[in-house]
Design a protein around this ligand. Structure first.
Ligand SMILES: [Zn+2]
Length: 303
């Protein structure tokens, strides 16, 4: 039986479904953890994640239909935003209607389980496919497409994942119907950035300027403004040396260190460094050095 909803719990005003499509390089687990951590900070926006790449050709072997997307050669593909929006719509409609067989362990009977995705959900599709004209973001009433193909590690800081989190917040404001775009760069969520590299200030600073604040409050209310501010202030990431912080869990569990990892996924060097930073390894290194030092003192003393 479904748990009864507490009277204090409010239905989210906006459900944002973050989806990965044509994303072979992005560390989706680490990205998911960061995106979903925003749900603990407020309840006005609800973030959920889905990997649409797992739907590409999922029933291709069964020859079951025409609505299966062909996998893209992501490194070389360039698509117009219109064509990519069409692809994105096909992918999430496929996902939203997805049915799969499960087996009841007690009765061994097969049944169809329907993975329900709310009808009122809005989509933000993250892709590594390049868009014509080097646009990085476009969308319609239901779906925003965000291309990260132009991300270069030299753009960090912020890291690629912090960029994604910030863009999910931009998507929240856009889907609430607030036009907060301005050409002046203020480190505000509403900064207009023609190229992905131009987003640096608003990703790092994450402010909301007076004009944008007034627009949000007037159009969608105080609760929305509070929720937006709660997720925009990235102090919720905490510090890497605080074990329970989001940053620490991201590094220790997902190998993604926000202070040093720059790209879509941790490199081999990042992983090695994180292993060396674990307390067990540090303790072992200390023990080995202590033994070596004691041995050296002993040897010198004997001579
Ligand atoms: Zn602004």
């Amino acid at each position: 039986m479904a748990a009864k909803r507490s009277t204090k719990q409010k239905i989210p005003a906006l459900r944002l479904q973050i989806a990965y499509l044509d994303c072979p390089s992005l560390d989706k687990d680490a990205a998911n953890y960061l995106m979903l951590s925003q749900n603990k900070l407020q309840s006005f926006f609800e973030f959920s994640v889905i990997n649409l790449d797992s739907f590409l050709g999922w029933d291709a072997n069964e020859n079951q239909g025409d609505n299966i997307l062909d996998a893209l050669d992501v490194k070389n593909a360039v698509m117009s935003t219109d064509d990519y929006l069409e692809r994105a719509h096909k992918a999430f409609e496929e996902a939203a209607s997805y049915e799969y067989m499960e087996i009841d362990e007690e009765t061994s009977e097969e049944y169809i389980s329907i993975d329900s995705i709310h009808e009122d959900v809005k989509w933000m599709i993250i892709t590594e496919c390049r868009f014509e004209g080097d646009f990085y973001m476009d969308g319609d009433d239901d779906c925003i497409i965000l291309s990260i193909s132009n991300w270069k590690d030299s753009m960090a800081p912020p890291s690629a994942l912090e960029f994604l989190v910030r863009q999910s917040q931009v998507a929240c404001a856009m889907f609430c119907g607030v036009d907060i775009s301005h050409i002046q760069i203020k480190g505000c969520l509403g900064d207009y950035a023609e190229a992905l590299a131009d987003t640096k200030q608003h990703v790092i600073i994450g402010a909301i300027c007076y004009d944008c604040e007034m627009k949000v409050q007037k159009q969608i209310g105080k609760d929305a403004l509070q929720a937006l501010k709660a997720i925009m202030d990235l102090s919720w990431l905490g510090k890497v040396d605080e074990p329970a912080s989001v940053s620490a869990i991201l590094r220790n569990t997902f190998n993604y260190d926000l202070e040093t990892t720059r790209g879509f996924s941790p490199t081999i060097q990042d992983k090695l460094r994180n292993i060396l930073l674990t307390s067990t390894v540090q303790w072992m290194v200390k023990v080995v050095f202590t033994i070596l030092l004691a041995w050296l003192i002993l040897m010198l003393g004997l001579k």
